[in-house]
Design a protein around this ligand. Structure first.
Ligand code: NAD
Ligand code: MG
Length: 396
């Protein structure tokens, strides 16, 4: 069997590293075609030494020549490229069989969309790109015949609970609800009035998952679940009313699908992203991921509760954006990225993140979006508005 050649967009991140761990376990099946990083060239250098990709991509020409020089000294033939176009090139190259889209945030959109347009097998971790570009992304998949495999653990769970019905409209599948589980993050039980004092270090300390800083803050505000509601809408064609969120602090049930006949299918496992990543790589086969088997006897109880929209207003804002439609989710995503960046930099309080998003949703009207240029235009407009608001209300 020919090896599958994989491009990992964002190989130095949390998802990227887990993907390389799985690829390393199955070197008979997979090899890396391209690995990409923003600025962490030391980590990318180590990955190139180990995996010998054909290409490596970084963000600036200076970093590219520095990395190229280091690799040359070690006799590694990897060619180093740089910039946004290079990300699209390695995601669409004829020699690449599958693309792991694991760049964080809006920066991941052009390359994941390019992979969709090129008809690739796409393992989608970068939920923000789907939130921003919803119908354009799904249209590109349908037109090009690309295979889209959700890597976000909840959506991967739902995918696994939809035998045969993936890609069909939800009304023809006998599904009554998609139930996204959520851990509730580090502040599920913290006194609400103390949330104003939350520091970045407290916000990124997730109880169950080890993840990048941006998604960790999103989990603390539950915007992560909000983005996932929108992601589920596009992936599975489900209207907002048929997507529920259920808090499940142990993160053992990764999501569920409830059918009209009363059946509820759930996918379970230890909270380790190598399970959905391995599923995406091997689909429709099943291979070892290195994840320990789930031992349910170690849990005396599994807990479930409804989310508190007062404690987590970002979740409500995401439902609102989904219901408004058009560019509202693009605005929501951009405002959130600016707010989270400002919070992590100490320029914004934790409870001001929701204010930035609300401000942008209230002051920028939703328009319909037809192409990438229109999306990037709205994204830029929302970023400028959010940045102005942060500098007015933020910490000085
Ligand atoms: P991370 O911060 O650990 O890694 C991000 C990667 O993107 C890095 O390789 C970085 O070099 C690259 N990157 C960042 N900015 C870039 C830019 N401007 N241009 C090019 N590359 C850039 O993030 P992560 O936790 O691995 O998350 C990646 C994506 O996967 C996010 O969209 C996140 O929502 C999603 N996701 C992550 C997890 C998880 O467990 N970590 C779970 C589900 C979904
Ligand atoms: Mg998730």
């Amino acid at each position: 069997m020919a090896k599958q050649r994989i491009t990992i967009l964002g190989s130095t991140g949390s998802i990227g590293v887990s993907t390389l761990d799985v690829i390393g376990r199955h070197s008979d099946r997979y090899e890396t075609f391209a690995l990409t990083a923003h600025t962490q060239i030391d980590k990318l250098f180590e990955q190139c030494l180990k995996f010998w990709p054909q290409y490596a991509v970084v963000s600036t020409p200076e970093l590219a020549s520095e990395l190229q020089e280091k690799l040359k000294l070690q006799g590694i033939p990897t060619v180093v490229l740089y910039g946004a176009q290079a990300l699209c090139d390695v995601a669409t190259a004829g020699e690449c069989d599958a693309v792991m889209a694991a760049i964080v945030g809006a920066a991941g959109l052009p390359s994941s969309l390019a992979a969709a347009q090129a008809g690739k097998r796409i393992l989608l971790a970068n939920k923000e790109s789907l939130v921003m570009s919803g119908h354009i992304f799904m249209d590109a998949i349908a037109k090009s015949g690309a295979t889209l495999l959700p890597i976000d653990s909840e959506h991967n769970a739902i995918f696994q609970c939809l035998p045969g019905s993936y890609g069909r409209k939800i009304e023809h599948s006998g599904i009554s609800k998609i139930i996204l589980t959520a851990s509730g993050g580090p502040f599920l039980n913290r006194a609400v009035e103390t949330l104003t004092d939350v520091t970045p270090d407290q916000a990124v300390a997730h109880p169950n998952w080890v993840m990048g800083r941006k998604i960790s803050v999103d989990s603390a505000t539950m915007m992560n679940k909000g983005l996932e509601v929108i992601e589920a809408h596009w992936l599975f064609g489900a209207p907002a009313d048929q997507i529920d969120v259920l808090i499940h602090p142990q993160s053992v049930v990764h999501s569920m699908v409830s059918y009209v006949d009363g059946s509820v299918l759930a996918q379970m496992g230890n909270p380790d992203m190598r399970t959905p990543i391995t599923f995406g790589l091997a689909f429709p086969e099943r291979i070892d991921s290195g994840v320990a088997p789930l031992d349910l006897t170690t849990f005396s109880q599994l807990h479930f509760q409804l989310p508190d929209f007062q404690r987590f207003p970002c979740l409500g804002l995401a439902y609102q954006a989904l219901r408004v439609g058009g560019s509202a989710a693009t605005i929501l995503n951009a405002a959130n990225e600016i707010a989270v960046e400002a919070f992590l930099a100490g320029r914004l309080g934790f409870r001001q993140i929701e204010s930035v998003i609300e401000e942008c949703l209230n002051h920028i009207s939703s328009v319909s979006l037809d192409d990438l240029a229109a999306i990037l235009e709205v994204d830029g407009q929302a970023r400028r508005h959010a940045t102005g608001f942060v500098s007015r209300v933020g910490v000085h």
